[in-house]
Structures are given as C-alpha cells and as structure tokens.
Design a protein around this ligand. Structure first.
Ligand code: 3PG
Ligand code: MG
Length: 395
C-alpha cells in the first residue's frame, strides 16, 4: 500500500474516504473518537496544500436523504478539531457538492453529505456502484483511503473509487493494519481474547477462527447467555439466540479439543427488567431465576476474568461485558478495561462499542496499546476475511 508521502498533493483535489460514523443523540455527538482519529490524515494533506474533500457514511439511511443521518453536526465537530472552517455540502454529488468542491482552495477542507443518501454507494449491482463511483471520483485527482471502520464494506467509496484514481492508504488505515497484523502473525503468548456484546451471531466467524489461534477466550456480555444455555443452564429472560445453540455447542467442544481455555461468567447481575434503575441481585450464572435477565457479569466473574488476563502478553477485547450505558450495569465492562490497563500486555480494544465504553467510563485511552476505530472491520480482519477496502488500496 502506498502512503500519502508518495504523492505530490499541493494544490490538487484529494478525496479522503474517512469513517466518521459516530454515535449521535439527536444532533449531539456522544463519542467523537472516530472524528479525532481521522484528523491526522486531513491535517497532513492540508499542510501539504491539498484541497481536501472528505467523504463518509453515517448510520444506515438506506440510499435516501434523511435529516436524521445528516453529517452537519460532524462537519461542525471536524472544524472544531481542525481549528478551521469545513465547507459542508448538503448533498453528495449534486449542485451543492459541485459548488463546494469548485470553490475549494489549497489547504482547505470540505465534507460532502452522507454517502449512504445515494443508492449507488451500497448497491450490490456492480454497474450501479461504478456509476456512482465515477461521479465521486470526478471530484478528486487523488484518493486516500483512511476509513478503517468501513474497509470490510464493498461500497462504491471504499472499493470502486480507488480503482479510478491514483490512491494511497491514510495513516489511520496503516496504523490499524499494523496492529491487527501483529495479532494474526505470531502474537506473544498467552494470547487472550475477551468477547462481549449482544449478539453471538455477529461473532460466529471470528470465534471459530480465534479458537485456532488463542490460548484463552473469555466471554461476557449478552452473548454469554447463549453459551450458558448451550451448557444446559437456564438463563431466565436474558438475551438468548436459540438458533445459535448448535453452533455454540460446537465451539465448546472445539475449544475442549484444542485445549483452548473458554471462560464463561460464573455469576451475573440478574435484573427485574431492562432499565437503568431496575432492581437486581447477584446470582450464580447457573441459577438465573426464570423472571430475571442478566445485564452484567457479577463480581466473582470480574475477578475471574482479571485473573485470566493478568499474565497475558497479548489481549484483544471486543464488546462490552454488560449494559455499560446504565451506570448500575457498567461494572463488568469497567473491570475488564481496568484489567487491560493494568496489564503489561500488548492490548488492543476493537470495536465501536468497547472503544466508546472506554471513553464513556472516563478511562484513559493511553492505558491501551491501541484502540481500534473498526468494529466489524477489525473482527473481519481477525477472522481472516478479505477486506474489499484493503484490497482496493493494495492494487
Ligand atoms: C461501523 O460502525 O462499524 C462502520 O462505520 C461500518 O458501518 P456499517 O456497519 O453500517 O456498515
Ligand atoms: Mg497497559
């Protein structure tokens, strides 16, 4: 992959595909981590006199303009972080975008409206994607792929545009790939992976692959209940993916066969219902009452997990251990994060939610070796999948 330094960008139009897909409540950005992570590439290009046109998606508006998914708040935040005005186009390839790109001078930055307002961006039809890609590519002389969080998507701005323009990988993509490579090629051992989050089905591929690579796999969060059920325990009203039980039983026996230590919660906070102020009690993971739902790992599990992380030399963590957005159920996620901070291991936090949790809980970001901006992207990388956005940058 070429990097930006291989191009003379002075006065040229550089199309930067970033991933500025940040969580919003109304028009308030609740975690700006991805915007901050995108600043170095933009600043480097600005410093070299480029006319920088940033493009990104936000949420899943499904091919239609929708004010709920407008990038206007992102343009404002990006401008604050850059300490400069960001010209904002209210469409993607229409009159506004044309005018904004036209007016852009060297050293200035523009942001176009949400790529996913255009059906061509995500289309499964190669010709439809290519047509949209050509319109986007017409805005740039050079393409920089820096949206690591979206490299697993075969979308026009990720996969097709770099085929049409001279292209480089941005510093964020290069940094992320360096870290993930380290995890897949001979990681120092013990190599421990902590997985959480709501759905087992999102992580089936990565679990299967990790069982061939790791020494220990610690499982918490909503997905743990499907594992407990697969072991024959009742989980009350906890999250459960019945349709994944067979697959999960397969993982349990595969782990045993390979000598991978698969560690499940031994106690949970069992709540009356899903709410911030729900009443709860600590119960054994093997004795969750029928009318309760587990919303966090319990204190004995926190200690157990911390103990299984203490001697690790490589750790990858994806997915919260409980409903960390609710103070009462954030303790498990905090305990795992703190165990990583204490650890001397090479520690990588992967995924939108766990990265957001670290910041939301007020934990120091520099306590980790790397906090990835990619959720699905980092998991698919670890899974060994081909990532269209990286393939396009390599070609
Ligand atoms: C993410 O949030 O994981 C990336 O921005 C990709 O978004 P998507 O899952 O909607 O494609
Ligand atoms: Mg540390």
């Amino acid at each position: 992959m070429k990097d930006i330094s291989e191009f003379d960008v002075d006065g040229r139009r550089v199309l930067v595909r970033a991933d500025l897909n940040v969580p919003l409540e109304g028009d308030v950005i609740t975690d700006d981590g991805r915007i901050r992570a995108s600043v170095p590439a933009i600043e480097e290009l600005v410093g070299k006199g480029a006319r920088v046109i940033v493009v990104t998606h936000l949420g899943r508006p499904k091919g239609q303009p929708n004010p709920k998914y407008s990038l206007a708040p992102v343009a404002k935040r990006l401008g604050e972080l850059l300490g400069a005005d960001v010209a904002f186009a209210t469409d993607v390839i229409g009159d506004s975008a044309q005018a904004v790109v036209e007016a852009l001078q060297g050293g200035q930055v523009a942001l176009l409206e949400n790529l996913r307002f255009e059906p061509g961006e995500e289309s499964k039809d190669d010709a439809e994607r290519a047509e949209f890609a050509a319109r986007l590519a017409a805005f740039g002389d050079v393409y920089v792929g820096d949206g690591f969080g979206a490299v697993h998507r075969k979308h026009a701005s990720v996969y097709d545009v770099p085929k049409l323009l001279p292209h480089a990988a941005g510093p964020l993509v290069l940094a992320e790939v360096t870290v993930l490579k380290k995890l897949t090629e001979d990681p120092p051992r013990p190599y421990v992976v902590v997985l959480g989050g709501a759905k087992v089905s999102d992580k089936l591929g990565v679990i299967g692959n990790l069982l061939t690579k790791v020494d220990r796999l610690l499982i918490g969060g909503g997905m743990a209940y499907t594992f407990l059920k697969a072991q024959g325990y009742e989980v009350g009203k906890s999250l459960l993916q019945e349709d994944q039980l067979d697959q999960v039983r397969g993982f349990l026996s595969e782990a045993a066969k390979r000598g991978v230590e698969l560690v499940l919660p031994v106690d949970v906070l069992a709540a009356t219902h899903f709410a911030e102020d729900a009443e709860y009690e600590v119960v054994d993971a093997t004795a969750i009452p029928a009318d309760r739902e587990g919303l966090d790992i319990g204190p004995r599990t926190r200690e157990l997990f911390a103990g299984r992380l203490a001697d690790a030399r490589t750790v990858f963590w994806n997915g919260p251990m409980g409903v960390f957005e609710f103070e009462a159920f954030s303790g498990g996620t905090r305990a795992v994060a703190e165990a990583l901070i204490r650890s001397e291991a090479f520690t990588v936090v992967g995924g939108g939610d766990s990265a957001a949790a670290v910041r939301r809980l007020g934990l120091p970001e520099d306590g980790f070796s790397h906090i990835s901006t990619g959720g699905g992207a980092s998991l698919e990388y670890l899974e060994g999948k081909i990532l269209p956005g990286l393939v396009a940058l390599e070609e």
